[in-house]
Design a protein around this ligand. Structure first.
Ligand code: PAF
Length: 293
């Protein structure tokens, strides 16, 4: 394996400097992850490798963004397989720190607050989640800062609210990094890839397909300039007994405010994001599709 693994911030700084010098490189791409990597992460890595001289992936299961200890404990940890996948994609360096390395004094006193944008949708059912996620993203972005002239970080469109919040944080707090969004990767039947899909039984997985089916329905209506009739798409999801719908809305992609008046009876015009979340068996699933009409 050509990939190098480091576990401390000091090693990361030294190794990324060395790699940039070795390659005579001027750009660095950072791919933050929590491990348990799948094809969605491979696509993030591939996109970063295609555009940057040096690519660093981070693997850290961040306790600060988990609401309950059980969820944190059962989050899959698959370091060897993750390293193999990242190596195959041409990633140069992996930073996989311990909790003590990242939070040496325990939980940090000072954190990023995600404000109104972090309280809605996913934030409403996972209080504090986005403050924890933004705090670690801020730290990871700082760890990755190097001598490179160009600094980019890669996030999946699948976690649309996280992506909007990271963009806002970087803009509001002037982080010297370009945020690159990478489209959602789906399996052939339409299910958006997620590290949590492995907890679905066959029947639950089959039921979960209604989420992407309902999103595709909205997307096709938007493309055809038809009324979105969100209510009928919600009814489709609710007809699946194994699926407990939390929300299904069409929102402004930047503010995540509902575009309610544009979604029922009049032809859809403009830009939007259809977002959905549901519990299927033991798993909370989220998905979305960008709309443009
Ligand atoms: O999307 C994720 O995997 C995590 O929220 C992230 C961005 C790595 C922060 O822990």
């Amino acid at each position: 394996m050509a990939i190098k693994l480091v576990t401390t911030a000091a090693e990361l700084r030294a190794a990324s400097r060395e790699l940039l010098a070795e390659k005579g490189g001027s750009s660095l791409g950072l791919v933050p992850t929590m491990g348990a990597l799948h094809e969605g992460h491979a696509t993030l890595a591939r996109t970063a490798v295609a555009a940057n001289d040096v690519v660093v992936a981070t693997i850290f299961v961040n306790p600060l963004q988990f609401g309950d200890a059980v969820d944190l404990d059962r989050y899959p940890r698959t370091l060897d397989a993750d390293l193999e996948l990242l190596d195959a994609e041409g990633v140069d360096l992996v930073f996989a720190p311990s909790v003590d390395e990242v939070y040496p004094g325990g939980e940090p006193l000072i954190r990023i607050t995600s404000g109104r944008l972090g309280e809605k949708w996913e934030g409403a059912s996972r209080p504090g989640h986005f403050d924890g996620a933004l705090t670690i993203v801020a730290k990871l972005l700082h760890y990755g800062i190097s001598a490179a002239q160009t600094y980019r970080a890669y996030f999946g469109q699948k976690d649309a609210q996280q992506l909007s919040l990271v963009r806002r944080m970087v803009s509001d707090l002037n982080f010297p990094v370009e945020i690159v969004a990478v489209p959602t990767v789906r399996s052939a039947d339409g299910l958006a890839l997620s590290s949590r899909n492995r907890f679905l039984s066959d029947k639950e997985r089959e039921a979960a397909l209604v989420l992407s089916r309902a999103l595709r329905l909205i997307e096709s209506r938007a493309l055809a300039h038809e009324p979105l009739d969100l209510e009928s798409a919600r009814a489709l999801v609710k007809s699946e007994s194994r699926v407990a719908l939390d929300y299904f809305e069409v929102v402004d992609p930047a503010t995540l405010e509902p575009l309610a008046e544009n979604c029922q009876d009049t032809p859809f015009r403009g830009e939007g994001l259809a977002i959905i979340a549901a519990r299927v068996g033991p798993v909370r699933l989220i998905d979305n599709v960008p709309l443009s009409s």
